[in-house]
Design a protein around this ligand. Structure first.
Ligand code: ZN
Length: 305
């Protein structure tokens, strides 16, 4: 009789425990899905392999135009926790996040950051420029949001996440300082960063380099002939040595600027390719946030100094 009671109790415990709401996969890991690689990298730095993380947008992908595929929707549905940038960066995915947000934690890494720290969008009045990752000190606020949300969803690993977050935030402090020192090496008259679209506004504000984009803040609008002509005049007048292309934006517009300068007798070169809205390949240094920032700064300084 005792044995029967014991088996009955054990059976109930198994049934009960398998019915417990649990945020984790069968392997015990929280399933985290992010939109951009930059956010994915923040998750990895804080959670390591204690979560099963994946990014929807790989190298060279333009988040402004990105639409969720059927495969993405499956990943999002299976996720325990979702991170996206917000501030309309993922302009075509708003509805998906809104729906999923009713049933699971869907967190914008830009939420709860004071509006006063954001740049106003020149293209869409009343909204903010979403490219906050190019001011390393501002991106730290996004990393803190990622940390907070990971702890909320997986409190058992809190100490581990806290330790990693502290270490990573210190690394970002060093990175911020290093970028400042590197940009200061460019002669003041050459401190102008010209690219295809305005991804670098925060970068310019944070590190004292003037930024001119052809395309406005989003990549949705094509630059007009007047935009090209204005930029050509600016480059010729200031004898700017180099302009830059971006890995997630078409080269066409910036080539038109180079040609326009040539017609006016000024040679401007393409100073290299910058990572703007997507990082380099996963597994390489440029495929990490810190590596991406370093690579950009090196490209900019080498071409303009
Ligand atoms: Zn962009």
């Amino acid at each position: 009789m005792k044995n029967i009671v014991y088996v009955y109790l054990l059976f109930n415990i198994i049934i009960l425990s398998s019915c417990q709401p649990d945020n984790k996969t069968r392997s015990g890991k929280l399933k985290v899905v992010t939109t951009t690689g930059m956010i994915y990298d923040a998750v990895l730095n804080i959670a390591g392999d204690s979560v099963a993380a994946q990014a929807l947008m790989g190298p060279g992908v333009d988040p402004h135009l990105y639409k969720a595929t059927q495969g993405d929707l499956k990943k999002l549905q299976a996720a325990d926790l979702i991170f996206y940038n917000g501030l309309h960066l993922e302009g075509k995915m708003g509805e998906v996040f809104e729906k999923l947000g009713r049933i699971k934690p869907v967190s914008a890494v830009t939420e709860n950051i004071p509006d006063s720290l954001f740049r106003a969008s020149e293209l869409y009045p009343g909204t903010f420029d979403p490219h906050i990752w190019f001011d390393v000190s501002l991106w730290k606020e996004a990393v803190k949001n990622v940390h907070k949300q990971l702890v909320a969803s997986d409190v058992a690993n809190r100490d581990y996440y806290d330790t990693n977050a502290t270490t990573y935030l210190k690394q970002l402090d060093s990175l911020h300082k290093a970028v400042n020192e590197s940009i200061a090496q460019i002669p003041e008259t050459q401190r102008m960063l010209i690219t295809a679209h305005d991804a670098f506004g925060y970068f310019g504000d944070a590190y004292s380099i003037e930024v001119k984009g052809l395309q406005g803040i989003s990549t949705l609008s094509e630059p007009g002939l007047k935009d090209v002509a204005d930029l050509v005049n600016l480059i010729v007048e200031n004898r700017i040595k180099a302009v830059f292309i971006e890995t997630s934006v078409s080269k066409k517009a910036i080539n038109a600027v180079v040609e326009g300068c040539k017609l006016k007798g000024h040679t401007v070169v393409i100073g290299g390719s910058l990572y703007s809205d997507a990082m380099g390949p996963f597994g390489q240094f440029e495929g990490t946030y810190i590596g991406m920032v370093h690579s950009n700064v090196e490209t900019i300084v080498n071409a303009l100094k």
